[in-house]
Design a protein around this ligand. Structure first.
Ligand SMILES: NC(=O)c1ccc[n+]([C@@H]2O[C@H](COP(=O)([O-])OP(=O)(O)OC[C@H]3O[C@@H](n4cnc5c(N)ncnc54)[C@H](OP(=O)(O)O)[C@@H]3O)[C@@H](O)[C@H]2O)c1
Length: 336
């Protein structure tokens, strides 16, 4: 149930990228008056046409949100800090007692720091990173990992429920971020291993379709592979729902969180290296499903050729012809 007053209060929303604008749309469709801001103004047009009021800065969003609640959904901790605590940040506009809800995936320590600094300014803070794709955001099917003071979480719960299928609640800021990173560490590492399983089958002549069907049957089934099977079939990874770049941010954050906790991360390190390589080779903007596609794997590392005439072309991949390689990393696969 949304809060019931005669005149619903305006809620703020900053950061209207792939996730933010879908979440904001759901709030708007549920009858929540919204005041919004995005660094790149073109991205707010659709919401504006649907009835959102557009503010010229995060500070103005804080000022105009008479419900005293502002959601933020920017890429990372740096941008969160900038839109919240910068010179034209939300904190400059919100009245004391105002509440910030950070939906971004950031490090637990960063979230704790933001919480502390906002509290020092008389503001409240709930971290609420989300699990799920842009499609899930659009359908109201996200998982939310919320943490903060119980009364603050309860204050925002009616809004969270408008775009989620489940709200996990933790008692301490930082635990929501930790929950989110644990989930993504497993999910992203899984795609790395799925790539090896697909490579093995395809090298021995099984088709992509056959491989997907058998990996999705029985105990090897995973939700992420199920959701990404369509992209792996079409071998087309743009536009990205969740990009390889964002996946790299998340596995790095997970590794850092584990390091801070004094925990080893053997598989996580492997996964991070694979994702980092994908970004370095120009696949950062692709959907992270590309991490499971063996035909996008770069050639196995070889010693640097001596200076002089160009080296001969590398041998053809046995997977060539199995499908069209996508993106700038076209070429023979490592699986040969
Ligand atoms: N995509 C997913 O499936 C998914 C799933 C779960 C969680 N997440 C998390 O959700 C967050 C947002 O992801 P997304 O997919 O929506 O990313 P996105 O489409 O790249 O959007 C990023 C948003 O952050 C804004 N931004 C970036 N740097 C900024 C800065 N310095 N100052 C102000 N605004 C800045 C962008 O503004 P501009 O438009 O001006 O660039 C844009 O509104 C990330 O933390 C991500 O890890 C994403």
């Amino acid at each position: 149930m949304m809060p019931t007053t005669d005149q619903p209060k305006t809620v703020g929303f900053v950061g209207l990228g792939g996730m933010g604008r879908r979440i904001a749309s759901r709030l708007l469709a549920a009858g929540v008056p919204l005041v919004v801001h995005n660094r790149t103004p073109e991205k707010v047009r659709e919401l504006e046409a649907a009835g959102a009021h557009v503010a010229k800065s995060p500070r103005e969003v804080g000022k105009q949100a008479d419900g005293g609640i502002v959601f933020t959904m920017t890429s990372d901790a740096k941008s969160q800090r900038s839109v919240l605590l910068g010179r034209s940040g939300v904190a400059q506009g919100l009245l004391p007692g105002g509440l910030v809800v950070s939906l971004s995936t950031i490090a637990p320590e960063e979230s704790e720091r933001l919480s502390r600094e906002l509290h020092e300014r008389g503001l409240r803070y709930v971290e609420a990173p989300v699990g799920g794709s842009t499609e899930a955001a659009e359908a109201g099917g996200l998982a939310i990992y919320a943490a903060g003071e119980p009364e603050d979480v309860e204050r925002v719960r009616p809004y969270l429920e408008r775009f989620s299928r489940r709200v996990f609640v933790f008692s301490r800021v930082g635990q929501g971020a930790t929950a989110k990173l644990s989930v993504n560490l497993l999910m992203i590492s899984y795609l790395g291993v799925a790539r090896e399983a697909l490579a093995l089958g395809e090298k021995r002549g099984l088709t992509r379709e056959q491989m997907l069907e058998l990996l999705l049957d029985g105990s090897s089934h995973s939700r992420v592979l199920e959701l990404k099977a369509g992209l792996l079939r079409s071998r087309s990874y743009q536009p990205a729902s969740f990009s390889v770049e964002l996946a790299l941010k998340d596995v790095r954050l997970a590794l850092q969180a584990a390091k801070t906790a004094g925990l080893p991360t053997r598989w996580g390190k492997e996964a991070t290296q694979a994702v980092r390589r994908a970004v370095e080779e120009g696949r950062g903007k692709l959907d992270f499903a590309a991490l499971a596609d063996p035909t996008l794997e770069p050639p196995r590392e070889r010693p640097e050729p001596p200076a002089g005439p160009l080296p001969p072309s590398p041998p053809s991949s046995p997977l060539e012809g199995a499908g069209e390689a996508v993106g700038p990393a076209e070429g023979p696969g490592e699986v040969g």
